[in-house]
Design a protein around this ligand. Structure first.
Ligand code: PHE
Length: 336
């Protein structure tokens, strides 16, 4: 624990920063240096805790005293100092777009030149569009994979219960039912699932591509995935598909992208040279039928995965926990 370092930095800040409140927040605030140090201390051994704990408390007291002294000194000074009307005012801090918004814009810009129609379907959806019309009848065990939030007391006799949209695939049949063909849809919306860990948060964004036309086959899907990999992640990146199972696509795949550190050779980070991106497949004929499209005439593919996760995998971002994105900690947000 570098108590001396915190102390030194504090003294420097005290000399160079005029706004005492800013210094107070930086050191004594809920997410400040001292709170951070105490948090770290939790993982130390008992003997280390006994030694460092009191030192940290002393430092906290010292900082409080010095700040108070400074505050008193200043108010005395203010009583006598003349008003300098020519002093410039305080500049408001300039913010920037949140990382998720930046990622959404980048993704949309990759698909726009290919003629994809950007849509945003409901955040609260009927069971019918989230599951049933996607070839997952009621009580089907495949539904369990989507840790769904159900909305109590809201249901429709034909469309079932209301849910927080668990995936953007719920936009597929809605788009088909518009009755316009061919389809090139990019549905980018907020979704919700009952999961929280370094890779999952209950409220997140997904994007979903859906292409339906005459003569669409897997090669079109493969080409589009590589196009996305190169334009979003950078040249040298490519994808591969692995067999998987979704009820609404047949065949179904999981898509991997070559690791940005070793470009597919295999390294300590990725092991196999590949990291998982998301799901995809050829639209199941039953789903086309639910969308009132004749599966003998039209075929299509779909793919979809998380916006935040995709952005985290972009080279250079080095974000190792998805929850950072929503912690609203300026020290994190300012880096992007
Ligand atoms: N909706 C699927 C998921 O959330 C991903 C997917 C989209 C799979 C489109 C196939 C086709 O996991």
């Amino acid at each position: 624990m570098e108590i001396e370092k915190i102390k030194k930095q504090f003294k420097k800040d005290l000399e160079s920063i005029k706004d005492i409140e800013k210094i107070r927040i930086r050191y004594l605030g809920k997410k400040g240096e001292i709170a951070w140090a105490f948090k770290q201390l939790k993982s130390f051994s008992l003997t280390a805790k006994k030694k460092i704990g009191p030192e940290l408390n002393n430092l906290k007291r010292e900082i409080e005293d010095l700040l108070e002294k400074r505050l008193k000194g200043r108010s005395n000074q203010q009583q006598f100092s003349p008003l300098y009307k020519s002093l410039p005012g305080k500049k408001p801090e300039i913010g920037h777009l949140h990382i998720t918004t930046q990622a959404i814009r980048e993704i949309v810009n990759v698909f726009k030149p290919l003629g994809f129609n950007r849509v945003r379907y409901n955040e609260v959806e009927w069971d019918y569009f989230a599951f049933e019309s996607l070839n997952m009848p009621k009580e089907h065990p495949a539904r369990d994979e989507w840790e769904t939030f159900f909305i109590q007391d809201l249901s429709n006799p034909k469309k079932g219960k209301a849910v927080i949209t668990p995936h953007t695939s719920s936009g597929q049949v809605r788009e088909m039912l518009k009755g316009e063909l061919p389809i090139r849809m990019l549905n980018l919306s907020r979704c919700g699932r009952r999961e929280i860990n370094i890779n999952h948060i209950p409220s997140f964004y997904q994007f979903e591509g859906l292409v339906i036309d005459k003569g669409i086959n897997i090669t079109h899907l493969r080409g589009l995935l590589d196009y996305f990999a190169q334009n979003f992640f950078g040249p040298g990146r490519k994808t591969r598909i692995r067999p998987f199972h979704f009820k609404f696509t047949e065949p179904s795949f999981e898509i991997d992208i070559n690791c940005d550190l070793c470009l597919g050779k295999g390294c300590r980070f990725c092991k196999s040279g590949w990291v998982e991106l998301g799901g995809a497949g050829m639209v199941h004929p039953n789903v086309l039928k639910f969308g009132k499209i004749d599966p003998c005439k039209y075929t299509g593919f779909a793919f979809g995965w998380g916006v935040e996760r995709t952005y985290m995998m972009k080279s250079g971002t080095k974000i190792n926990d998805i929850r950072h994105l929503f912690s609203n900690d300026f020290r994190f947000l300012e880096q992007f």
